[in-house]
Write a protein that binds this ligand. Structure first.
Ligand SMILES: [Zn+2]
Length: 456
């Protein structure tokens, strides 16, 4: 099948593709604010109509929150599922926008043309790159590029309350060979990337109880235990002098990077001095035998997110407090088991607490990392397609944070996900003046056409 004809169709149809995106951007589908519920439904309906015009069997499917858009179409050996979300973040503070966020426009800037408006990059512009690639394919070949399921969510910006129940209830229908997710960015302005590693997260909250009431440090200090001292001493020793986390068995399940990935990461132009310099720092603080990108993408962490107790108001009070509190979180990688780490952490803390004190625990959420099996040839095919379009070797990258949807596909539908996105760091998603570079929109569409030609 001729890819060239599809690519040139994409080029000539770009003004119309832009017109369609602007139409979708005009619908204020803010999912978190109930006042915009009808607009979320309208955005879903708009997408259903657009998908139907491409030959998909599409429907807006009700949930207790905002509808899911599910569409099926095409045929082929490999079944691909595409995920994006049509809801957007709130727009306030409105006075920081230089135009109405829901009156989008193409603007000229010193770095090129941008599509300005809420949702331009996150995620309407990105999800439309995939639909436009399908449209061009259909126009040239008369059929969709393969067996496709489209799955568009309307609650991503408000915690996705309906997503897991919907996936569970419709698992047989949604299951495909691989998921394609378009809601991330390029590695840098011109280097395309496939995110293949996402760290997991585990949260713990603890209170150390010492005396049965607050004491006066003149009367009791020196003899009675101070829970803040106990807590800070324990947490101060979470990592050793080399940056290694000392909880027993903490590194069980932490896998070493394959050499091919290590080499790719070394060749990426990551400027850690600038990365830290932008936030007023200069010294990478993780394990000293690891590169900064490894620290961020493929190594686990232990962080103290909050610590409090005693008297913290104005002036001074010589209190010897009865309790001290902290919130601690761990970013997890590889096959690290969140439950095992929770119990190992608790045992490690409790072993260091004096016998006349006790620890009270409150567990927060926990979930392991997502690591895609890039030995599936689909990954290498997609990487080649991206490289062809951008003329720069595409990279497999990690993501320090968590993108829950990728893990959900694995957990609930037993499928790997390829996170491929065309956002840039300065897109200002979630902020005033969100934009999507026209170049990213255009090359994003072309990229999907190339990927679909190889995968479907
Ligand atoms: Zn998003």
């Amino acid at each position: 099948m001729s890819l060239d004809a599809v690519l040139s169709r994409i080029d000539t149809d770009l003004p119309q593709a832009l017109h369609r995106l602007l139409e979708l951007l005009r619908i204020p589908s803010i999912s978190t604010d109930p006042a915009f519920k009808p607009d979320c439904a309208r955005a879903a309906d708009w997408l259903v109509e657009d998908l139907k015009s491409l030959g998909f069997e599409a429907a807006s499917r009700p949930t207790p929150g905002h509808p899911m858009v599910v569409a099926h179409g095409g045929s082929g050996d490999k079944h691909l599922l595409f995920y994006g979300h049509y809801d957007v973040q709130p727009v306030d503070p409105l006075n920081l926008w230089d135009r109405d966020p829901f009156d989008p426009a193409v603007q000229d800037t010193p770095t090129g043309k941008v599509i300005r408006g809420r949702g331009a990059a996150d995620d309407k512009g990105q999800l439309m790159t995939f639909l436009e690639a399908c449209r061009a394919w259909k126009a040239v070949h008369g059929t969709l590029p393969g067996k496709l399921t489209i799955f568009l969510e309307g609650e991503e910006e408000s915690g996705s309350p309906s997503l897991i129940p919907f996936m569970q209830a419709n698992a047989a229908e949604l299951k495909a060979d691989i998921a394609l997710i378009c809601d991330t960015g390029l590695f840098d302005d011109n280097t395309p990337a496939i995110t293949t590693m996402l760290r997991g997260l585990l949260g713990e909250e603890l209170t150390i109880h010492a005396a049965n009431k607050d004491l006066h440090s003149g009367s009791y200090g020196g003899a009675a235990a101070n829970p803040i001292k106990i807590l800070s001493k324990i947490l101060g020793n979470l990592t050793d002098a080399t940056g290694r986390i000392v909880i027993p068995n903490f590194y069980d399940g932490v896998t070493e990077l394959p050499d091919s990935i290590r080499q790719q990461w070394q060749s990426l132009s990551f400027d850690h001095a600038k990365f830290l310099g932008d936030v007023g720092l200069s010294i990478p603080i993780g394990e000293q035998d690891r590169t900064p990108l490894e620290m961020l993408w493929s190594r686990p962490t232990a962080e103290i997110n909050g610590i409090w107790g005693g008297y913290t108001g104005e002036g001074f009070k010589t209190v010897l407090p009865a309790q001290a509190h902290a919130k601690v979180s761990f970013r997890l990688v590889g096959d690290q088991d969140a439950d095992a780490i929770r119990s190992n952490f608790r045992a490690w803390v409790e072993a260091q607490v004096p016998a006349d004190c006790r620890v009270e625990w409150k567990g927060h959420g926990g979930g392991g990392a997502s690591v895609m099996s890039i030995t599936d040839p689909a990954f290498e095919a997609a990487r080649q397609a991206l490289t062809d379009e951008w003329h720069v070797p595409a990279a497999y990258i990690g993501c320090g944070g968590s993108i829950p949807i990728a893990g959900y596909f694995k957990t609930y539908l037993d499928m790997d996900a390829m996170l491929i996105g065309f956002g840039r760091d300065d897109d200002q998603i979630h902020s005033p003046n969100e934009k999507y570079d026209l170049e990213c929109f255009h090359k994003g569409i072309r990229s999907w056409a190339r990927i679909l030609q190889k995968l479907a």
